[in-house]
Design a protein around this ligand. Structure first.
Ligand code: 6R9
Length: 655
């Protein structure tokens, strides 16, 4: 067992019980244990109660849960009907129209504005009417490719209001990646902006859409929000300005009730093979997971100001910028910029300016800001904070402790939340006030999650504490993904068939002596760069497009700031000297996938380590880039061991 296992649990934080803030929803470890036990032993009673408490149903459900992992036919509240936007917007707009739904902090500090629930409802309705006027009907797919502005959330909610399926594509993706996703989802409409702004730099959003559309025959209309107002390419027979179209419609549109099992969105994520997967989430179960986790993990109460810094292009933005906070009628901050613009105080200034109570970000940002020095933090008043969260990758104890001490001032609770695009909402996470934390551990499972550790080889459950293996979930939970769009077999093969009877998460994990979970990272060919999942196969496919590349192999190298960095090995077809090859390959990957896939290290080698049957042994490359060349393990399958010395030397001089 590693050393962090011996760190003892901290006592529940005093700030939550000092009378100055609302008492936490779950007040003690015993209360958590009691609720957790009920959620596992009587899931129907537990989740029926939760679904009635948190969601407004236009037709009540009579069935709670059905299906199994074996059959791959999981469904929750299947005969119930609801509308997501009604739940997230209308009910608060009617009860308290002036309540703030979104605080928009634009790229330039101090710009941006506040959106009341009334304004949000009106704008969502106008956009819904525009989409309906395009002839879109329930079940059609709409792609959203937008900067982090409130209108991106409006676009999502406008789709949900009509029962349309949205697929948000992160606006840092290339035209090629956007086209791939739009084609796979057969989107009929794209909602975008003229341009984006990030850290003072202009992103030519619409121009990228135009490039993508050259290969997307299903797209009939492009709705364009004017963000910067600069001159952009515009095709009047296809493109429609948001401000012109919305002005033609009334600010009300009736919400369309959908089945709890109707799709709400597709979100593409990287898998072990090259092609991204369109993970499909449905309406009822997803909303319940989003709502319950915002409430319990972040202990959100009326009047709280919730800030999640994730882009809406990722699942974290879907669940914790848009659906979760709005489903509770909270105020959610939409942050368009980057943490270091104009200086590394930006996040902390945001907390001070808006009196943020819950702040949620990624370890990579925490590590990068820690490196900038404490003065950027010390100058800000962070006294409004109660809960500070981390997501996306394991957080190392040094970063955890800095976050706890400097940002949380030792009186906030740090919640290290483990979950995935596929799980929809948190699955292993502390619950403030109830579950004592340990730096580096995501602690205990959320309600309804029967987490287990399996022996990766035999698939047997490792019972008891002090065990290591792969993480799996034995119970069905409401917000789990239902399928991969157009490829249910891949869904079954990836998550449900590797260990029959379990959901397989793809992460290694251990359970320590206190029953706490420690996530160890991916056990498949996915690398995690700054909390973003990258498929090694996808990067390899991009590299191979270069006419001089014979073969490529991509692995994750440990990185102090980004967690892992992309390390690409290539062999070339001939001996032609091309001094520019590294730069050309990096540019190619950026063009094919987007800047987030930029390889940090690019190493041209004569040979890659292979088995006798010709398979590249990535395990060896991983060890070598991690500086563990002395622990290569069993090399009996390596066809030509003489290549190792050269490989190791090459890596030493390159990294
Ligand atoms: C929410 C999100 C999922 C993968 C997941 C795991 C890693 C996420 C983590 C974490 C350790 C945490 N991951 N949270 N690892 N501790 N608190 O990030 O979704 O983009 O689908 O990534 O991220 O490896 O399997 P997604």
């Amino acid at each position: 067992m590693s050393t962090e296992q011996s760190i003892s649990a901290l006592p529940p934080n005093h700030r939550l019980f000092d009378g100055s803030v609302p008492k936490p929803w779950v007040e003690s470890l015993e209360q958590y244990q009691e609720l957790y036990k009920e959620s596992i032993e009587q899931p129907e009673t537990f989740f029926s109660r939760m679904a009635l408490k948190h969601i407004s149903w236009s037709r009540p459900f009579t069935r709670v849960k059905q299906g199994s992992f074996e059959a791959g036919d999981v469904a929750w509240f299947a005969d119930g009907e609801l509308n997501i936007t009604y739940n997230c917007v209308d009910r608060w707009a009617y009860a308290d129209p002036d309540r703030i739904a979104f605080i928009y902090e634009a790229d330039e500090p101090g710009q941006g504005d506040k959106w009341t629930y009334r304004r949000l409802l009106q704008e969502v309705c106008r956009v819904s009417n525009v989409l309906a006027s395009f002839g879109l009907r329930k079940g059609d797919t709409v792609a959203i490719y937008m900067p982090m502005i409130p209108e991106a959330a409006v676009a999502m909610l406008a789709c949900a209001r009509l029962g349309l399926v949205h697929t948000v594509v992160f606006a840092g993706f290339s035209a090629h990646s956007l086209a791939e996703r739009v084609q796979d989802a057969a989107s009929r409409v794209i909602i975008t902006a003229d341009e984006g702004l990030r850290g003072g730099r202009v992103i030519r959003t619409k121009a990228i859409v135009d490039e993508a559309l050259a290969t997307c025959p299903t797209v009939e209309r492009v709705l364009v929000f004017r963000r910067t107002g600069n001159e952009i390419p515009f095709n009047p027979s296809r493109d429609v300005w948001w401000h012109e179209a919305t002005a033609k419609h009334r600010p009300y549109c009736p919400p369309v009730p959908v089945s709890a099992e109707d799709p709400l969105f597709l979100l593409y994520t990287s898998g072990s093979t090259g092609k991204p997967k369109g993970v499909l989430h449905t309406s009822g179960g997803y909303l319940l997971g989003a709502s319950m986790t915002v409430k319990y993990t972040f202990d959100v109460h009326d009047g709280d100001i919730f800030c999640c810094t994730a882009d809406i292009g990722w699942i974290t933005g879907h669940t914790y910028v848009v659906y979760g906070p709005l489903s509770l009628g909270s105020t959610s901050v939409i942050f368009e910029s980057i943490p270091t613009y104009p200086n590394p105080s930006r996040y902390w200034k945001l907390v001070e300016d808006y009196k943020i109570t819950q702040f949620y970000t990624a370890p990579t940002a925490i590590r990068a800001l820690r490196r900038q020095g404490d003065s950027w933090v010390d100058s800000c008043d962070l006294s409004s904070l109660r809960i500070i969260g981390s997501v996306g990758e394991p957080i190392n104890p040094e970063a955890w402790n800095w976050y706890y001490k400097k940002i949380g001032r030792e009186h906030c609770v740090v919640v290290d939340t483990y979950w995935q695009t596929e799980t929809g909402s948190h699955v292993i996470t502390p619950i403030p006030g109830a579950i004592p934390t340990k730096p580096g551990s995501a602690t205990l499972p959320f309600f309804g999650i029967d987490a287990v550790i399996l022996d990766p080889v035999t698939g047997e459950e490792l019972k008891g504490n002090d065990v290591s293996g792969v993480l799996a979930i034995r119970s069905l939970w409401p917000s789990m993904a239902r399928t991969i769009a157009g490829d249910h077999k891949r869904f079954l093969d990836t998550y449900l068939r590797p260990y029959p009877g379990y959901y397989f998460a793809g992460d290694g994990a251990s359970r320590d002596k206190d029953g706490y979970y420690w996530i160890r990272g991916r056990v498949d060919d996915v690398i995690n760069v700054s909390g973003h999942r990258m498929s090694t196969a996808e990067v390899e496919s991009a590299l191979i497009l270069h006419p001089q590349v014979a073969e490529s192999a991509v692995v994750g190298a440990p990185d102090e700031i980004t967690g892992q960095a992309i390390c690409a090995f290539v062999t070339l077809k001939d001996e032609v000297v091309n001094d520019n090859i590294n730069a050309e390959l990096v540019a190619l990957v950026r063009k094919e996938i987007g800047p987030i896939a930029t390889p940090k290290h690019l190493i041209v080698v004569n040979e890659l380590p292979k088995t006798r049957s010709g398979k590249i042994i990535r395990r060896i490359l991983r060890k070598v880039v991690a500086g563990e060349a002395d622990q290569l393990g069993d090399l009996s399958t390596l066809s030509d061991p003489t290549i190792l010395d050269i490989l190791i030397k090459k890596v030493e001089v390159s990294i």
